[in-house]
Design a binder for this molecule. Sequence first.
Ligand code: F0G
Length: 463
Amino acid sequence: MRDFQPNTIIEPFRIRSVEPLRFTTFEERDQALRRAGYNPFLLHADEVLIDLLTDSGTGAMSSRQWAGMIASDESYAGATSFYKFEAAVRDITGFKHVLPTHQGRAAEHILFTTIARPSHVIPNNTHFDTTRAHVEHAGAEAVDLVIDAGHHPRLIHPFKGNMDLDALASVIRETGPDRIPAIMLTVTNNSGGGQPVSMANIRAVSDLAHRHGIPFFLDACRFAENAWFIKTREPGYADKAPLDIAREMFSYADGCTMSAKKDGMANIGGFLALNDDALAAQCRGLEILTEGFPTYGGMAGYDLEAIAQGLYEALDPHYLHYRIRSIAYLGDKLVAAGVPIVQPTGGHAVYLDAREMLPHIPPLQYPGWALNNALYLLGGVRGVEIGTVMFGLRPDGSEGPAAMDLVRLAFPRRVYTQSHVDYLVEVILEVYARRERLPGYRIVWQSPTLRHFTARLEPLSES
Ligand code: F0G
């Protein structure tokens, strides 16, 4: 007998603890959506059947993670759980100083409060919302420099999250290195469709930064998914383990911010890790003020245990193969049916192109919002609009279209199975078939900042 290679990629786990789904009728969802001011953020989670609002903190933990949590050390200072966490982060990232934080944005807060000042500029491929907000809160300017391919939803490119190196060189020249306290790369590029950054690009950005004496940081939330894309798409990496690829990615950087709610496989947590002794000492001072003593930083000992284990599980090749394939599986079915999506599919989500799908709804009548609400009404599916409701309100109170009107369907890690995805395909195709009849929306109430979280809307016509 010879070995054989099956083609079916299976979920690399079996399920020992289950959480029932709650089914609702169309009428119940219609009522729920009205009550929520047609804003899916204001739904109760048990009114949602398949919840793809985010992949952040929504994953399932493994039996090994739970075992670690039970055995955690909850000492205020010097807990063994901290040293386990620190050892795991150091082993994977190679960074000398590890500062735990309660989630990713807390690491951003500590870093940018410490290094950024008014008149400073921080380049990134694309800043995530909270990263941009912390840069701006420190008075600095956040500049997005993703390559041009990153702006075209249908253009196929293996590393659409790459930084535009010429644009970065120009920004350094025009701004002057003294006013650039850090250059950042977000891996994968969440706001740009979950698209990866190549090792060559990470290395080139690092070289450029260091030639000008500028520190280089990774926003590493989805570092393991990025490592898998490098393994499968970049020449020379096919035979390398994701752990080694991740180590190489981090080796070019001086530090990173991390939300462990993504590739930390945990429900909460994060860290700031870096090599510079003086900067680490400054950051620790602020950490004590805002997060807690540096051996727990806003987390319980059991959270530190979950992350110490989760970081390695995220790098398991069987897990990553299944993870990236399950997103592509949905994307392939949608593309085959003609549904416009951001291509190629990214690491953690499928992004539907609502502006393309709903040309009868102008951006200021929020096609992404309309599409997301239709997915909920017809199938109990909740995604998130990444479009004009989220980005269209300017600081002066005026409104304009966002660059794109997308709906992100982000997959919690190890939570849904293939039949959930098949169901999802059916729902999306049904909405697609009815697309010409979907109504636009108008906002009836909004807050002046981050309006999408709390806005109340109504459909422009009942369908
Ligand atoms: N950076 C990136 C690239 C992110 O995607 C997120 C969170 C953060 C930083 C902040 O981390 O939530 O732990 O404070 N993204 C979530 C999402 C919220 O839905 O994409 P956090």
